[in-house]
Design a protein around this ligand. Sequence first.
Ligand SMILES: Cc1cc2nc3c(=O)[nH]c(=O)nc-3n(C[C@H](O)[C@H](O)[C@H](O)COP(=O)(O)OP(=O)(O)OC[C@H]3O[C@@H](n4cnc5c(N)ncnc54)[C@H](O)[C@@H]3O)c2cc1C
Length: 315
Amino acid sequence: MHSLSYDRALDVGQALALVRQPGARFIGGGTNLLDLARSGVERPLRLVDVSRLPLSAIVELPDGGVRIGATATNTAAANHPLVRTRYRALSEALLEGASTQLRNMATVGGNLLQRTRCHYFTDPGFASCNKRAPGSGCAARDGFNRIHAILGASEACVATHPSDMAVALCAFDAVVRLQGANGERSVPLCGFHRLPGDTPEIDTVIAPDELVTAIDLPPLPCAAGSHYLKLRDRASYAFALVSVAAALDLRGGVVHDVRLALGGVAHKPWRARDAEDALRGQALAGARPLRHNGFKVELARRAVVRALRVTGGLT
Ligand SMILES: Cc1cc2nc3c(=O)[nH]c(=O)nc-3n(C[C@H](O)[C@H](O)[C@H](O)COP(=O)(O)OP(=O)(O)OC[C@H]3O[C@@H](n4cnc5c(N)ncnc54)[C@H](O)[C@@H]3O)c2cc1C
């Protein structure tokens, strides 16, 4: 790995000043950025450690929602009583991600900004990857694309977004709180990650010098009994082929509220609003499978039904 300088920021103002230096990057737990720097996919020159900023609190908001600080670890967020009891699918999604050791290191802010697990992106031995080297092509489109996107992909990129946590957050209409040189702003989680279009090298709408400070969850009664279903090749340790975050408010046979978001199928968490409206069968209407991943269409359909059955207490 190339040489790097390292600074630990003690407050938000210092972090924002340090990250404006050339080649500087925030680092949380380092479980994604350092891996990618080691393999030469990312080339940060300066690391600004934000993991000790006083942003790790998980608290109830005045409206009954919950704020999760960006430097809370994945373990802390998954196990916090406010998350476990009010947003069960979020706790489940976090616990289905990575390993205990990784979750103890990984931060909520870093989890949101982790990069795709497309093999053609993570291995610089492959020359063609528009996400890693814009303009070089997409080796996955005609390569081995079993894990790739079936919704919202472009000619330039068929990578999927890897975060389990973000899928549940999207289902619950969470909001990402950001702080930059020009002040604070909030971005809906479902609009935080981008579809690839012609610029797949840009994963999200965050500016390079903006800090994720927290994630706000609105009060959502049906999230208490929600469910996260993750389907993958190895139950012990793997990214999702398809996942579903589902919440259902079913009373007297009437659907009062329903939330559905899919993971492993697109460049961003995929909120299945059509399926929420129709509550059946429409979630994969726009699917465009590749040569090796046609099975994901049926897998995703079945996953939606299974997740809804669990959250609706029908199994
Ligand atoms: C073997 C393995 C298996 C895994 N399996 C899964 C899985 O199944 N599901 C899943 O969801 N994840 C999985 N992960 C990914 C893991 O969840 C992420 O690596 C982790 O969440 C990233 O958090 P971090 O704090 O370590 O991020 P870092 O590596 O520190 O940072 C990641 C990115 O976020 C940026 N960043 C960090 N904090 C902030 C902030 N506050 N504001 C702005 N930018 C910031 C960094 O600059 C960097 O670009 C796995 C990882 C490994 C290594």
